[in-house]
Design a protein around this ligand. Structure first.
Ligand code: NOJ
Length: 759
């Protein structure tokens, strides 16, 4: 078998293995060996001649100016108050700006760059358009639970249309960090725990933002972030160290970045964290070896916010000068807000620590992006007041936001079919700290969305749905993070008075996102006590959760008859929740991140190894906790529907496949319940024996299928050698012959399986 594996290792793989060894030994590819030096590598580019002509006129200082990004004052329509920024732009010291939007504000800054600089090079405006610009969609973790890749591409498309109308040509998205630790606040920004699924979402998002043609007025540059493995900080604390095996890094954490590169992502962002001893912003292996050499990434790399300066506290640079040399030679082209490149790179070139040729390569990449966007033809094409008025927050965009929000919601529990509520009820009570909230339910990173006025609250959504035919009562009960029980009595009283109750619980939006890790991921404050009191007062209580991460809600799961996970679902949140609660939409979302029973289980994910002592209830000396089961509260892929689906007749079209074959796995899915509905049917594989240990399950297929009640459909999934491949014992990527199990079902706990052999 070893022989076979060796045969499959290509020359490229050998080079890659060498680079791995170098990385492990802490050696970076610099001067001479770096891909950065190859200015000529982009000769085929259609703007090549123009870029070279422009660069031939640029002084070294002007070139370095292109590598510098400053932050705007965030003013929407007001004057530009940061006079330093104005001065720096005039002096040709700025290539890009962040935190600037609106057509008029970006136009003012652009005018300074065009009118006052020697070479009239346009600025690039970048912004965190994470889940929408004006129309805000569900947070990415929520949206990923829709498993609707087309819709995810569409929402990125709309975000790009709106952002580009407000002067923004570059979004710092998608965030593709695999997240298996819900204590980490940034799990809300990505697509959850699975690398295979995360890669598909990464591609859909890049396609949505960038479209086919960057010169189109409504497409923008995407930025894959945070390179790399930012999602695995020790203990879930943001910015903390990441320490992981090369196999996990390559097999689990890197694939979504690679997928984004394959989709043609224009830019990438280096992460804050250190990784196996080297901060990502000083890590040549990530940028020069993997992104550029291995994956053929042709775009430019921007640091994260002052992440170059942070090489000093990381303890790998004595001062900012050294930090700049390290970061630049590691392949980071643009300095976000750190003000270091602009100060130090000229001297670094003079001292021979950085080569001018490499500076040229970086400048080339940045100018190429500006040419591709069409900024040299018309620098003001994205500052279009007319479009800003007509193309943002449109009824069409809001309709998509509502559809997206509905599809994102996951029904976690529904005893005795409590949901959907009948519209014929006489009264309903909306209770809870998020019952009449706007600003939290939109979620962190809400870009240009007006969080205080634009989101539809749950109370408003219910009113919109029921009009004045039904009596609607409301009580807040408690604040999101309060321990006061002052409002409990009123909450209990309205709960008793109403036919049914919607209890809106969850987190504040500030509790997830950057720098928002939590050591305890229960419902904050005294919401659990409020839930106990309200449910005791009215058994017909359905909980609506609004939050940005999996929470530990074992107790709630015991006491609440129904729980709908609504996430922070954006501008149309209230309307979308009302659609689901009253049955105008049958929930179809499935979790993309495991819900633990308690924090002690974290990190918890479905795709774990079997271990040498898999848990057995009859053998104490097997892997387990004394005080908590191993299993999650809700597994990856889990989500209920108002109807019921049944899987039957699972078959493979051949029992033995070769590496050249495509295996067809078929199953019959039937809607056996009482409602029409959509099921996300999932396929998992297990490689039974490998040269290294293999996960108990790995997602390799899914289908989102709508079935009328009583209807059934044969689903056919395809598996190829690529799906069975992994980083083997010798770190080459490929499959190994042997037995596989293949599982199909409605979530990752499915045991409905068959098997086949790879020859
Ligand atoms: C820091 C965050 O880590 C990153 O995701 C974001 O894009 C930048 N700040 C810019 O706001």
């Amino acid at each position: 078998m070893k022989q076979l594996i060796k045969k499959r290792a290509t020359k490229q793989v050998q080079l890659f293995l060498l680079s791995l060894l170098l990385m492990m030994a802490g050696v970076s590819c610099q001067n001479g060996t770096s891909e950065k030096g190859k200015v000529s590598s982009q000769k085929g580019n259609r703007y090549d001649a123009q870029i070279r002509k422009l660069m031939s006129k640029m002084t070294l200082e002007e070139k370095i100016g292109q590598l510098n990004m400053l932050s705007g004052d965030g003013a929407v329509t007001g004057p530009i108050t940061n006079t330093n920024v104005v001065k720096e732009i005039k002096e040709g010291h700025v290539g890009a700006m962040l935190n600037c939007y609106t057509a008029s504000y970006t136009r003012k800054l652009m005018e300074i760059a065009i009118d006052s600089t020697r070479l009239h090079i346009p600025l690039l405006f970048g912004y965190d358009v994470i889940h929408g610009e004006r129309t805000i969609f569900p947070i990415p973790l929520g949206e990923s639970c829709s498993w609707d890749l087309k819709l995810m591409e569409k929402t990125a498309r709309i975000a790009a249309i709106e952002a580009s109308a407000e002067g923004v040509q570059w979004t710092f998205a998608p965030m593709v960090d695999i997240a298996r630790d819900p204590r980490w606040g940034r799990v809300m920004e990505g697509a959850g725990e699975d690398p295979w699924y995360g890669s598909l979402v990464a591609k859909a998002k890049v396609r949505g933002f960038q479209g086919n043609d960057l010169s189109n007025d409504s497409t923008i540059l995407a930025c894959v972030k945070h390179g790399v493995a930012y999602g695995a900080p020790i203990a879930g604390r943001d910015y903390n160290t990441v320490d992981m095996s090369m196999r996990t890094l390559l097999g689990v954490y890197m694939p979504p970045y690679h997928a984004a590169v394959e989709a043609g992502v224009a830019t990438a962002m280096s992460a804050f964290n250190d990784l196996n001893g080297t901060p990502c912003t000083a890590n040549s292996w990530i940028w020069n070896t993997m992104f550029r050499k291995e994956w053929g990434f042709k775009g430019f790399v921007v640091s994260d916010y002052t992440s170059i300066n942070e090489l000093i506290p990381h303890g790998v640079a004595k001062n900012l000068f050294d930090a700049d040399v390290l970061a630049f030679n590691a392949g980071v082209d643009m300095d976000m807000v750190g003000n270091g490149y602009i100060k130090n790179l000229k001297k670094a070139v003079e001292e021979g620590l950085v080569s001018e040729k490499e500076i040229d390569s970086s400048v080339y990449r940045i100018l190429k992006a500006k040419f591709e966007l069409g900024l040299f033809d018309n620098p003001y094409k994205y500052c279009n007041e007319e479009r800003e008025k007509n193309d943002t927050l449109t009824p069409q965009h809001l309709a998509v936001a509502r559809e997206d929000a509905r599809e994102s919601m996951v029904l976690l529990k529904n005893s005795d079919h409590l949901l959907p509520f009948s519209k014929k009820i006489k009264s309903i009570a909306i209770i809870g700290p998020l019952g009449n909230d706007k600003s939290d339910m939109i979620g962190s990173w809400s870009a240009a969305g007006d969080r205080n006025t634009e989101p539809v609250s749950l109370l408003e959504g219910i009113k919109n749905k029921l009009g004045n035919k039904v009596r609607i009562l409301y009580a807040k009960g408690t604040d999101i993070d309060s321990h006061s029980t002052e409002g409990f009595a009123q909450a209990v009283s309205v709960a008793k008075e109403a036919d049914v109750v919607l209890l809106a619980l969850g987190e504040g939006d500030y509790m997830t996102g950057e720098a928002s890790s939590r050591a305890n991921i229960d419902l904050p404050g005294n919401q659990r006590e409020l839930a106990d009191a309200v449910i005791k007062a009215n058994k017909r209580t359905a909980v609506v959760l609004m939050n940005g991460r999996p929470l530990t809600i074992s107790h709630l799961n015991e006491v609440a008859p129904a729980i709908l996970e609504a996430w922070f679902s954006g501008t149309e949140a209230g309307n979308a929740i009302a659609d689901v609660v009253f049955g105008d939409y049958n929930p179809s979302g499935k979790l993309t991140m495991t819900f633990p029973r308690c924090v002690g289980q974290i990190p918890i994910f479905y795709s774990h190894m079997n271990t040498g002592r898999p848990y057995s209830p009859t053998n104490h000396y097997t892997t387990h906790y004394l005080d908590c089961p191993n299993t999650p509260l809700y597994p990856f892929g889990y989500g209920l529907s108002y109807t019921k689906f049944q899987y039957d007749s699972l078959k493979v079209d051949k029992k033995v496949m070769t590496t050249k074959d495509t295996l067809r796995v078929s199953v019959v899915l039937k809607n056996v319940g009482n409602y029409d509905g959509t099921e996300v049917a999932q396929l998992y594989i297990r490689d039974m024996v490998g040269s290294v240990t293999r996960p108990v399950k790995e997602l390799r297929g899914f289908k989102r299928v709508f079935l009328k009640k009583g209807e059934s459909k044969k689903l056919v999934f395809k598996l190829t050698n690529q799906d069975l491949s992994f980083y083997r014992k010798d770190m080459t990527f490929g499959s190994e012959p042997g037995s596989f199990e293949v599982f199909v079902g409605g979530n990752s706990a499915t045991q409905y399986k068959t098997n086949f052999v790879l020859k």
